[in-house]
Design a protein. Structure first.
Lengths: 376, 308
């Protein structure tokens, strides 16, 4: 047999099954789809998201759910405890409770009645300890405020010291606080991204000068800047927002600069430039999409800190001027009568805590979703 | 290293100078003088009062005087309390603030580290989730909300500790706890991440392989290496605490700097506002400087990088 002419039967058809291993079996996902799938698997982050959506919904529509308005004062119904039909077991039954101690049961009962203006028919007293043998008697008195004041309607969150409905005020306050925080975060984002992006992309002398400016600004504590700005600008929604943004954008600018510096020397940017892309196109199509995840994460962390600072300013007497409600001013008010009427502090405190926790958990979840490498 | 320290000190002085100048002119822009409430004074009496506060001079001269006095530690006279020097007022009140701050910082960091350590050792276990939960809560809930809860439940309902004022050790408990929750949360989170990273490294495997017991691996090989980066969070922690004390002192009626500061804001006592602002700014910058230097001392790699 001629060895240069192999016979036909030496050839065997290739087994085609092996080629399947090269096939892409799953649909290809974009970065955003992939991130969203990861985020959806994160239970904590999803709960955070729904809590925020709920609070956001209430902040928009909550104030219109009853007939009271934000500023309507009526001293005859001041400091009413919260009452919701069917939620009595949660303590929202429109009663005030007080425990009085005295030498004898009778004295303690008398003290309890005195405490609630002697409205005997609306007070039920229970004896906790009989006393005697050197022990003091303890009497618990429950006072039905709504009955005593002959009020038909219910205040779901109660009323404050001036008789304003706390349900309406709390949701209006949530709205104002969220508004300030979102606005401040948005302004921080725009300034920070522009500043950091320009500084890193153009580099050289531009970068040098812009970085020296940031170094000086970073040295000034933002607490001091915020306080001084508010002192001059007079407290108000706009001035608080401005004060928060004056130094707030710096961290965003630094993060963006670092990321853009890293990205701008990578091959895909070089390729794009070689193919004739203008600066504008490189920025829009290649750099911004690559830093978008970072921008979102950083903004999500800015929002809760802005909410905190707004409330903080209310506390040191630099908050919004009086009739306006924000979570900060409401909490500040609540502290004045904490011992006797804790409900005034309770609801805004719960909401501010929920908002802060939800934002923090969601931001953590987003960070894990966008950058699985950074996962702990 | 010496050059680096000098450079940082120069930066610090420039920043302080800028802040002092900035504060001075901002205060000049504000409405109100010590005379605002006193319309009935005669012209001579006005003159006497203005002279006492140095307000009769033109603004540049006032600025010059202020700066000269500042370098000598003289912050002027309070508008509110007659003839009391701002420096004296601040010195009287720095004690309680420092006590609270240091107690919260020490207790908070130690507890936080322990929590983080437990988290990392029992990674993905029940204890891990528990302490991560505490850390998220502690980081998110504002200190003043936490202070309110403590005051109401521990102070009023249980009556374990006094709700307010400053008359002895037991009075420091509630404000310290309210302040400490933030460092606990931050330290726990940070410690957990660092510890997990360290425990995954080769030298830990080596230590385990040569038969070091679990205690030795965690504390001798793991903890010591995880501690170094913790120093970087001490700065932000201290700053967070200073922000916290401004509020907490008011809630618990602690006679500290923060309480005085809020009083001064509400009474337009500019010399005190300026003095406290400068003090806060100085502490901020000083803490950051100390921590940067400390980091260099502890981690030789950083010192080498600076030298290049």
């Amino acid at each position: 047999m001629d060895k240069h002419n192999p016979s036909k039967d030496l050839f065997v058809p290739v087994d085609r099954a092996g080629e399947d291993s090269e096939k892409i079996s799953r649909p290809s996902l974009s970065f955003w789809q992939d991130s969203f799938i990861r985020l959806r698997k994160n239970v904590g982050a999803m709960i955070g998201l729904f809590v925020l959506l709920f609070i956001g919904f209430m902040a928009i529509f909550g104030p219109y759910m009853n007939e009271y308005d934000e500023f309507g004062q009526d001293l005859s119904r001041a400091k009413m405890p919260p009452k919701v039909e069917g939620l009595g077991w949660l303590g929202m039954d429109g009663t005030l409770t007080s425990v009085q101690t005295a030498a004898t049961v009778e004295e303690a009962q008398e003290k309890a009645l005195m405490r609630f203006n002697n409205q005997e028919e609306f007070i039920t007293t229970t004896v906790l300890t009989e006393g005697g043998n050197g022990q003091e008697a303890e009497v618990e008195a429950v006072y039905d405020v709504y009955g005593a004041k002959n009020l038909e309607e219910n205040f779901w969150f109660g009323t404050d010291g001036l008789g304003r409905d706390l349900w309406t005020r709390t949701w209006m306050g949530t709205r104002i606080s969220l508004y300030i925080a979102l606005l401040a975060a948005a302004i921080d984002m725009v300034i920070g991204v522009a500043y950091g992006g320009i500084s890193a992309y153009y580099g050289g002398r531009v970068d040098n000068i812009m970085q020296r400016i940031i170094e000086v600004l970073v040295g000034i504590p933002n607490l001091v800047v915020v306080i001084l700005m508010i002192l001059i600008l007079e407290p108000g929604i706009l001035s608080i927002t401005i004060a928060l943004t004056i130094t707030g954008w710096i961290s965003m600018a630094r993060i963006i600069r670092g990321q853009v510096l890293k990205l701008k020397n990578q091959e895909f940017v070089l390729a794009s430039k070689t193919l004739g892309a203008q600066d504008n196109r490189v920025l829009r199509k290649h750099l911004v999409p690559n830093v978008l995840g970072l921008i979102i994460i950083n903004t999500m962390f800015t929002i809760p800190s802005a909410i905190f600072f707004e409330a903080f300013l209310s506390f040191i007497g630099l908050g919004l001027p009086t009739p306006i409600a924000s979570l900060g001013t409401l909490i500040d008010d609540g502290f004045m009568s904490l011992q006797i009427y804790p409900h005034i502090l309770l609801f805004p405190a719960i909401i501010i805590s929920l908002v802060m926790i939800a934002f923090n958990i969601l931001a953590d979840g987003l960070r894990d979703a966008f950058d699985p490498k950074m996962r702990e | 290293m010496t050059r680096y320290i000098i450079q940082r000190l120069v930066y610090m002085i420039i920043t302080m100078f800028l802040i002092a100048t900035f504060t001075f002119f901002l205060m000049k822009l504000l409405p109100g003088t010590p005379l605002s409430a006193a319309d009935k004074l005669s012209e001579e009496q006005r003159q006497v009062v203005l002279e006492k506060y140095g307000l009769d001079e033109p603004v540049p001269v006032q600025y010059f005087n202020y700066m000269v006095n500042l370098t000598q530690g003289d912050l002027g006279i309070s508008f509110q309390f007659d003839n009391r020097e701002v420096t004296t007022i601040i010195m009287e009140r720095i004690g309680p603030s420092m006590t609270l701050g240091i107690q919260a910082m020490v207790i908070g960091t130690i507890l936080g580290m322990l929590l983080g350590l437990v988290s990392a050792i029992y990674h993905n276990g029940f204890l891990d989730y528990g302490s991560t939960f505490i850390a998220v809560i502690g980081k998110s809930i504002p200190s003043f909300v936490f202070a309110g809860m403590l005051q109401y439940f521990v102070g009023v309902k249980l009556g374990w500790f006094p709700v307010a004022l400053w008359e002895g050790w037991e009075y420091t408990v509630l404000p310290t706890v309210a302040l400490a929750i933030f460092p606990i949360a931050i330290a726990a989170r940070f410690m957990r991440t660092e510890m997990l990273e360290v425990m995954g490294s080769d030298y830990i495997t080596t230590a385990k392989a040569k038969g070091v017991n679990k205690f030795g691996v965690v504390f001798k090989h793991g903890l010591r290496n995880a501690l170094i980066p913790l120093i970087t969070v001490l700065g932000p922690l201290a700053i967070g605490l200073m922000t916290g004390t401004l509020v907490i002192e008011n809630i618990f009626a602690v006679p500290g700097i923060g309480e005085q500061f809020v009083k001064a804001i509400n009474t337009n006592d500019f010399p005190i506002i300026m003095g406290t602002t400068l003090l806060i700014a100085f502490l901020f910058i000083f803490i950051i400087l100390v921590i940067d230097l400390l980091y260099g001392v502890i981690d030789p790699r950083i010192r080498l990088a600076e030298g290049e």
